[in-house]
Design a protein around this ligand. Structure first.
Ligand code: ATP
Length: 497
């Protein structure tokens, strides 16, 4: 029986006794109720998901580094850091202080939580996790108390499970560990952060249970510098979006348990998912299986994957139907993008669509053979040309523009700005911080004008192909890159004949 139960029993007995003595107990009951509510709001809620030993049993991780795709650099760095825990006796002999914290930094969905779980598995530690927001409270002292409790629970859970170490994972650590003195209600925030620092300082190699804190953030710039100093988060591990090899690895891991048709190529899928995070790739494999199930297929085919990629990128298909004229305009706009994309960067179109989805009325999905980390002037100009081609196609075929190109213009001017900042514009090498706004603006406009003229000429030259693609698109709603290339090849060969 817990202390709480004993107290509740005694209180009920006393109340019953008073009632039998003819005392009016209503005000006392009311007062006790009020105290109960205040206690519950402040201290009663257990924010940490591993408070009881029952859940501590579940806190033994089965995820290993082999279950994480790509991220080879992050995995190696993490493994190297974890040797401090695995070989702690050796470290102690050499007088090396224990590693207290590792910070994982990178975009959402790249596998930071998985890495922390794998770290717990690798070091045979218990794993407790919490999110930074779980420590945010209005009342001063509550967050700090939760931090304290989390460390206590980690040690208790490790003892209970006969482990010699515990990994505490704090996701969104910037919420708890943001710079001090800057938050609304900063007294509570500062106390919570101070408590985390105190707890981390208290970790020592002489302890029976070794505790390692792994924090995850995608806003490392927001963290208080005290957290980053040596002796706190000693190691910073960058967890980036996966490259092509990493995407292949992740896709392979998430299709392990799925029946794939023979037309599915993981290599092609990894090309088509440039810029996707691990979480998005997992979602693609799951969505593809759902589409296959809806279609009553017992295998997942490449067209199911195509639909899944589009859903993950552009959102769910909408019932909203544009008018006939609007649909034609959308088809011409998208055909403009697709045509110029194929002409400037052959093989770059993965699909062209005029089916409305939550984030676009129509879109061209592009693919690229290899991941690129540097862009040349010509490549950037081609990208601007593709972006401008939608509205220019509308203007050439329908005689006027629409608002459908505002996003494209923003994208095109961002690239033009990149050209200026990289010293590739007529201004030559400039200091990005010091260039006057009007000078920057005219440099951007001059780049855009030149490319606009060139793109318009190109569209005029291929106007028959443009109309043909638009007709096909209106008919089929979606055409693949391969179908588009067949149309263009046919048009070319009939011109030659
Ligand atoms: P956030 O920053 O939003 O908390 P995160 O970086 O912690 O995200 P995880 O929670 O580790 O990301 O990943 C979410 C899911 O995405 C995982 O459960 C897994 O299915 C998938 N995933 C992400 N990255 C990988 C990867 N590298 N290998 C395999 N699966 C991955």
């Amino acid at each position: 029986m817990s202390n709480k139960e004993i107290i509740a029993g005694v209180a009920a007995g006393v109340l019953l006794f008073l009632m039998l003595q003819g005392v009016n107990i209503l005000p006392i009951v009311f007062l006790l109720g009020l105290i109960g509510i205040v206690y519950y709001v402040n201290f009663g809620r257990q924010p940490i998901n591993s408070v009881s030993f029952a859940s501590a049993e579940r806190s033994i991780c089965t995820i290993s580094f082999d279950d994480i795709g790509g991220q080879e650099v992050a995995k190696n760095e993490l493994r190297e850091a974890l040797e401090f825990i695995k070989n702690s006796e050796h470290m102690k002999l050499l007088g090396i202080r224990p590693l207290k914290g590792i910070l994982l930094s990178g975009p959402p969905g790249t596998g930071k939580t998985l890495l922390a779980k794998a770290a717990a598995q690798y070091t045979d530690s218990v794993f407790l996790s919490a999110s930074g927001s779980e420590f945010v409270e209005m009342y001063v002292g509550v967050g700090a108390q939760r931090v304290r409790k989390l460390f206590e629970q980690a040690r208790k859970a490790a003892k209970h499970l006969n482990k010699s170490s515990a990994v505490i994972f704090i996701d969104e650590i910037e919420v708890l560990g943001g710079a001090r003195g800057q938050n609304n209600g900063h007294q509570e925030h500062d106390q919570t952060l101070n408590e985390l620092l105190v707890q981390m300082d208290g970790i020592s190699s002489a302890e029976e249970i070794k505790v390692l804190v792994i924090g995850a953030t995608n806003r490392i710039d927001m963290l208080d510098s005290a957290l980053l100093r040596p002796g706190r988060f000693d190691r910073l591990v960058k967890v980036d979006l996966p490259d092509k090899k990493g995407r292949m690895h992740i896709l392979k891991l998430h299709t392990r348990n799925k029946p794939l048709a023979s037309d599915v190529s993981i290599d092609t899928l990894s090309k088509d998912t440039f810029g996707f995070s691990g979480a998005q790739l997992e979602s693609v494999t799951n969505e593809a299986a759902i589409i296959a199930m809806r279609e009553g297929s017992d295998k997942i085919c490449s067209n199911h994957f195509r639909g899944a990629i589009e859903k993950v990128m552009m959102g769910e298909k909408l019932d909203r139907l544009p008018s006939k004229e609007e649909k034609r305009r959308i088809a011409i706009h998208e055909s403009g993008h697709a045509l110029i994309s194929e002409l400037k960067l052959p093989g770059s179109v993965a699909s062209v669509n005029v089916a409305s989805r939550s984030s676009a009325l129509g879109y061209v999905r592009q693919t690229q053979e290899n991941d690129m980390y540097l862009y040349t002037y010509d490549y950037l100009k081609s990208r601007i040309s593709v972006a401008l081609a939608g509205v220019l196609a509308e203007e050439l075929v329908l005689g006027n523009k629409s608002t459908g190109g505002s996003g494209d213009f923003k994208y095109a001017s961002d690239i033009a700005k990149q050209i200026v900042y990289s010293g590739m514009s007529g201004l030559g090498i400039i200091s990005a911080d010091d260039i006057p706004k009007d000078q920057l603006h005219s440099a951007i406009v001059s780049i855009l004008r030149e490319i606009e003229i060139d793109t318009r000429e190109m569209l005029l030259k291929y106007i028959r192909d443009l109309n043909q693609i638009a007709e096909l698109l209106l008919d089929k709603e979606t055409i693949s890159g391969e179908e588009l290339r067949i149309v263009l090849r046919k048009a070319n060969s009939s011109e030659c004949a």
